[in-house]
Ligand binder design. Structure first.
Ligand code: HEC
Ligand code: HEC
Length: 434
């Protein structure tokens, strides 16, 4: 078997040094004292990505604790009803398990809540990437009328100043009075501790061939072969998130959208760069389904959404930007029939011709991406999903098998002799990609 190596230490050293000098060279001072020692990262968490995500090293414990408290505090919302954790429950994989999230006064938005686990590594935040950083992201839900409902940053700051615990905590961590940016910085510091790895798959890819079942090994091969999943959800040790961090139209929004009419309307309304306006359109209007187009106004972004991470996917259903797919079997049925036709469908989405057994194998592989912290919960969720396995609204076997509709070529059956070597690049070797 090919030896799997981690990123060469020398490369990390150079990159790490560069990042550090950029961070400190720009005058970045720390009000809260010395950088803590970097944590030991579990398998499946990339050292390179970690250093990019946390350039100054992990923040001190008091800042993380303040962020944790803010994340879980309903008093951040206008009517004390909703915290970040309401929609990103730390005990349940940091999601809410609703198709679309509900904010204050039970108002429902247009989108499904993504997990905060590993969000620290996202190249951009939100399904359409409208926020660049965790800090920018955190400032939006608090001010969104249907999420946490505060009117302005000043209102939030005034409310926090009036609570008994916060003034002293902010003073201690930031050395000054409460302000909105510092609040976002504390929340982001907490989120930057929420990396998650050490899944059975991680042990498998590092050489423990008993870490996952035979079924899951076949699924891993299908994932990189006949299933074509790695076109967008590729895995490597340097980028172990199973996401290309790009935006694709895979035909989810096409279920319910006349794209042309909406795109035309959006061009008249959207003020480019107005993050708050785009946030409200994305969560509260029927223009939501335009996806990335709301941010870029580029035609080939119509109906395109960010490729999400697949880590902990067994714990974070229902699926897709609108929560419209209930189970991983529904997800597989969607891909198997080549998505839903629309003028902007990504070229990578074609019928797959997967048999029922091959679908089960791929789902078994997806289940191996579960980290220990959510394992118990994921098992419960998958028991519920399995019970629904006979209800298959997305299934269209005739199209999937090429008996009707698009007759595109199928991807070749993968070489099953050594699934561990398929479809991922070993840094420092010739690479294992076919
Ligand atoms: C009412 C439910 C709700 C609340 C409250 C809420 N979120 Fe979210 N969160 C969502 C939804 C829905 C999305 C996806 C929205 C979109 O992409 O348009 C999201 C997206 C995110 C993302 C982006 C993840 C990714 O993979 O792109 C992060 C990070 C996040 N929220 C953190 C927070 C934080 C921090 C707070 C509190 C300050 C918060 N959320 C409050 C529902 C909520
Ligand atoms: C062309 C790129 C592309 C390919 C190929 C692809 N995906 Fe995706 N995947 C995406 C995008 C983009 C989304 C989000 C789409 C949306 O919400 O509209 C997604 C969403 C998902 C989700 C839901 C994640 C969540 O948190 O809701 C799962 C599960 C998934 N894909 C698994 C797979 C599997 C398994 C395959 C192969 C059978 C596959 N994908 C092939 C791009 C792709």
């Amino acid at each position: 078997m090919r030896r799997v190596e981690f990123i060469q230490p020398a490369a990390v050293g150079v990159l790490g040094g560069l990042v550090m000098s950029l961070a400190f060279g720009a005058g970045g001072s720390r009000a809260d004292g010395e950088a803590a020692k970097p944590p030991a990262l579990p398998a499946g968490v990339s050292q390179v990505l970690y250093e990019l995500a946390v350039p100054e090293g992990p923040p001190e414990a008091a800042r993380i604790a303040l962020g944790d408290k803010l994340f879980n505090d309903k008093r951040l919302s206008a009517d004390d009803s909703t915290s970040c954790a309401t929609c990103h429950d730390p005990a349940k994989g940091f999601v809410d398990h609703k198709p679309q999230s509900e904010g204050i006064a039970k108002q429902r938005g247009q989108r499904n809540s993504p997990t905060v686990l590993n969000a620290m590594f996202n190249a951009s935040q939100f399904w359409d990437g409208r926020a660049a950083t965790l800090e920018d992201q955190a400032k939006l839900p608090i001010l969104n009328p249907i999420e946490m409902g505060q009117k302005s940053p000043e209102d939030v700051v005034a409310k926090l100043k009036g609570l008994p615990d916060y003034p002293e905590l902010f003073q201690k961590v930031f050395g000054r009075e409460i302000d909105y940016d510092d609040m976002a910085a504390a929340i982001a510091a907490f989120e930057r501790t929420q990396f998650s790895g050490d899944a059975p798959f991680d042990r498998f890819i590092l050489g423990d061939s008993n870490a996952i079942s035979v079924k899951a090994k076949r699924g891993w091969a299908l994932f990189n072969g006949k299933g074509r999943c790695n076109e967008c959800h590729a895995f490597s040790l340097a980028n172990p998130l199973f996401s290309d961090q790009k935006f694709h139209n895979i035909g989810i929004a096409a279920h319910k959208t006349d794209f042309a009419e909406r795109a035309k309307r959006a061009l008249g309304v959207v003020k480019s760069g107005d993050l708050k306006q785009i946030d409200e359109l994305a969560l509260q209007s029927d223009l939501s389904e335009l996806g990335r187009f709301l941010v870029t106004k580029r035609q080939n972004d119509v109906g395109a959404f960010k490729t999400p991470t697949l880590r902990n996917i067994a714990a974070t259903g229902p699926y897709m930007h609108d929560g419209s797919l209930n189970t991983l079997w529904d997800v597989m049925d969607h891909y198997n029939k080549g998505g839903v036709a629309n003028p902007y469908l990504d070229g990578g989405i074609q019928r797959l011709g997967l048999s029922e057994a091959e679908i089960d194998d791929t789902v078994a592989f997806l289940e191996t991406l579960t980290s220990p912290g959510v394992a118990k919960f994921a098992t419960e969720e998958m028991t519920k999903q399995r019970a629904k396995r006979t209800v298959r609204p997305e299934r269209d076997e005739a199209t999937a098998m090429g008996r009707k509709g698009n007759l595109g070529d199928l991807a070749p059956n993968p070489d099953l002799k050594n699934p561990a070597e398929i479809g991922f690049f070993t840094v420092g070797s010739e690479g294992g990609r076919k």
